[in-house]
Structure formats: structure tokens, C-alpha cells
Design a protein around this ligand. Structure first.
Ligand code: CTP
Length: 395
């Protein structure tokens, strides 16, 4: 199990080398580790391994043509570049390295490499003389200086009969290296407590009040904090999300339960991230029997739930506090007001609705502190979580 690959979007580029037969194994291993993999094949890659094989192992159609009208309609190349958390090219030929170093965008793979904001890693594979050639070594240095990661080739006997460096790194090692790209250590030694998801407030034995929170943002932050080296505890309301290995999770149902769970342990943490959409009200009297529709109208008497983040903000030994504000209007002024009112260090404000925020896969937020305001553009909740954890670590 490689915990840092869970839910990661990996674009695997395959170029024309005999080592391409190993690319299917890389896909299989990445998926086993929890990643979602899409494959791009160059024209020459298809001479060594069939698109059908790569489609079968990845579970997605292959991307191969920059100007394919149907593919562009399904997931355009810019969308694909944004989708990626990392682009891994394995095997990467000398020709591909040279085209990338030159800034070419003359096929789908090179175009995606220029269009993405995600890190790019290459696993070269070629004849030993080609690898050791001064032009290839110069290209390697140029790409390294530009921030491209390399999983450098092994030495040994080659398909052409030569012996020397140039054999693609073994798939098992490549997968290990990809997972390490996500491990930053920025929060090493820190303990972080996160609340996530909605709460359920009972009305009667079969009904409850809740909200549209899916818990995705809180869980993505827990995963990103773990990858940053923190010890992570998650207090989660009822959600339909997979358990995160290496994160201690406490399940709660109501706001009062969430409040009690947080207050019991929060003083042991360095950072408190309040991502949960906690219900502000609960029923004053939870009915013991099911409510029947005898009347035309009925009323529920509601009372206020405790405000968890406010209570944490009042503690004398208080952690760094980061809250969220999901608003439908006046997003920034309301968030600023909430940050001050609840004594938070940072507040992450987002506008909910129009396919963003609660229960969606993407989000766009503004992070507000006492002296700064930074907007993070629309991206997946996983990408956003990593950006937020980086900001929190720097803060
Ligand atoms: N929060 C909390 N406890 C509550 C309600 C909210 O800890 N009982 C936290 C949320 O986890 C979030 C922040 O407070 O980090 C802001 O939540 P939000 O619902 O936007 O704020 P409210 O204070 O409930 O304001 P509103 O009147 O807009 O609902």
C-alpha cells in the first residue's frame, strides 16, 4: 500500500521504446496503490504496445491525438492537463526528451507537458550509447534545471544486446518514486485535527436535518496533511467516503457529539482545521416516536448548537485555527467578519453553488488572514487541499 497515491490523477505518457511493454505494469501498480490513471501514447509507442492493452489496464480510453474531434469533445487536452496531479512519461525516449527540452508542442504529450501546472517526471529508456551521448546528457541537464524530475535508468543488459546504463527503471521502483513526489514533509512533527462532513440532527427515530456537505474537502485536507508529514486526526460526520489509512478517524453524528469529540482532544494538537458543515440548530425535543402527518402544518422548535470553532478559539492553550466559510453572497466581507468573530488565524472562503463547493469535486477559494488575502483559482479538491496545506505550513 502506498498511501500518498490514493485518489491521485496520474497521466502516464508512453513513448516509442521497447520498454513500453513495461508501461502496462506501471499502470496496474499505480491503480493498485489507489491512483486514477489515464494514458497518452505517441505514434511510435503504439508500435511497441497496443492501445487496447493500455486501455484495458487503465480502465479509460487512450489519448493519442491532439486533433481528435471526439476525444476533444469528451475531455479536451487543456482539461486533461488540468486534471493531472502529475505527468509521468515512462518510457521516455531520447527524442521525446529533446522535443520537451526544446519547448515543442508537436504532439499531444508534449502539448500536455507545456499546458500543465502539475509536476512532470521522466523515466528514460534507450540504448546505453544514446543515453551517454553528450547531447542526451545536455538535454537531461536542461530539463533538470527546468524542474523536471528524473527516474534515471538502470544499468544492465539491454534489448539490443548492449550492456550499460539506459534500461528503464523497474515499474515497482517507478511507482515508489511517483508516490514520493507527493510526500513533502512540510508539516513533519506537527499534529493536526480536522473536522469534516455534515452533522445529522435528529427529528424523530427515522428523520433528521442535515446539509449538502459531502466531506470531500475535509478528507482531501486530511490526506494532504498526512502527505506533508503531519500526524492527522479526523472527526467526521456521516459521509460516504473511503476510510483514509494512516489517519485516526473518530465518527460522530450530531453537532453536540462533534463538539464533545473536539473539545476532548484539541489541546493536544498544533493545528485545528474546522472544515465540517456543522448544523447551527438542533431540535429542542427529539420525538421518541415517528412523527405522523396528522396535521396540515407542524412546527419544530429548534435551539442553537454549540459553536465548536468559537469554543476552541477561547481556549488558553489554543492551536492555530483555520476555519471555512461557505457563502452564497457577500463572500469576502462575511468571511472576514467570521474570522474576527470566531478568533480564527485563517479563514478559507468559498462561494457555494454553480457546480462548486459543497458536494462537488472542484472548488475555488480565497484564503484570508489578518494581513493578507489570497485567491486560489478553480481546481480539484485534492489539488486545492495540497495548496492549502502548503499555505498553512508556511503560515
Ligand atoms: N463551525 C463550528 N461550529 C458550528 C458552526 C460552524 O465550528 N456550530 C465552524 C465551521 O466548521 C466553519 C466555520 O465555523 O469552519 C464557519 O461556519 P459557517 O457555517 O459558515 O458559519 P456560522 O457561524 O454557522 O455562520 P452562518 O450564520 O453563516 O451559518
Amino acid at each position: 500500500m502506498t498511501p500518498s497515491l490514493i485518489h491521485k490523477h496520474i497521466l502516464l505518457g508512453v513513448t516509442g521504446s521497447i520498454a513500453a511493454y513495461k508501461s502496462a505494469d506501471i499502470v496496474r501498480r499505480l491503480r493498485e496503490a489507489g491512483a486514477i490513471v489515464r494514458v497518452i501514447m505517441t505514434e511510435n509507442a503504439k508500435r511497441f504496445i497496443t492501445p487496447l492493452t493500455m486501455q484495458a489496464v487503465s480502465g479509460h480510453p487512450i489519448h493519442e491525438d491532439l486533433f481528435d474531434v471526439r476525444a476533444e469533445a469528451a475531455m479536451g487536452h487543456i482539461e486533461l492537463a488540468r486534471w493531472a496531479d502529475v505527468i509521468v512519461v515512462a518510457p521516455a525516449t531520447a527524442d521525446f526528451m529533446a522535443r520537451l527540452a526544446n519547448g515543442n508542442a508537436n504532439d499531444l504529450l508534449t502539448t500536455l507537458c507545456l499546458a500543465t501546472r502539475a509536476p512532470i517526471a521522466l523515466a528514460p529508456a534507450m540504448n546505453q550509447a544514446m543515453w551517454q551521448h553528450v547531447l542526451t546528457q545536455d538535454t537531461l541537464q536542461v530539463l533538470k534545471q527546468k524542474g523536471i524530475y528524473f527516474f534515471e535508468p538502470d544499468e544492465g543488459s539491454q534489448a539490443c544486446g548492449d550492456v550499460g546504463p539506459g534500461r528503464m527503471m523497474e515499474p515497482v521502483e517507478i511507482v515508489k518514486k511517483v508516490s514520493q513526489l507527493f510526500v513533502t514533509g512540510m508539516l513533519a512533527g506537527k499534529k493536526i485535527l480536522i473536522t469534516a462532513g455534515p452533522t445529522h440532527e435528529a427529528i424523530d427515530p427515522v428523520r433528521y436535518m442535515t446539509n449538502a456537505s459531502s466531506g470531500k474537502m475535509g478528507y482531501a485536507l486530511a490526506q494532504a496533511a498526512f502527505e506533508a508529514g503531519a500526524e492527522v486526526s479526523l472527526i467526521s460526520g456521516p459521509v460516504h467516503l473511503a476510510v483514509l489509512p494512516h489517519v485516526t478517524c473518530f465518527s460522530v453524528v450530531s453537532a453536540q457529539e462533534m463538539y464533545a469529540a473536539v473539545m476532548k482532544i484539541v489541546t493536544h494538537y498544533d493545528i485545528f482545521l474546522a472544515v465540517a458543515a456543522v448544523a447551527d440548530y438542533r431540535c429542542q425535543h427529539v420525538l421518541k416516536q415517528k412523527l405522523h402527518k396528522e396535521e396540515e402544518q407542524t412546527q419544530l422548535q429548534l435551539e442553537r448548537n454549540p459553536d465548536i470553532i468559537t469554543a476552541v478559539g477561547k481556549l488558553t492553550k489554543r492551536p492555530l485555527i483555520v476555519g471555512f466559510a461557505a457563502e452564497t453572497e457577500d463572500v469576502i466581507p462575511r468571511a472576514k467578519q467570521k474570522r474576527k468573530q470566531k478568533n480564527m488565524d485563517l479563514i478559507v472562503a468559498n462561494c457555494v453553488g454553480e457546480g462548486m463547493g459543497m458536494n462537488s469535486d472542484d472548488n475555488e477559494v480565497t484564503v484570508i488572514g489578518a494581513n493578507f488575502e489570497k485567491m486560489l483559482p478553480r481546481m480539484s479538491k485534492q489539488q486545492l487541499a495540497r495548496a492549502l496545506i502548503e499555505m498553512i505550513a508556511k503560515f
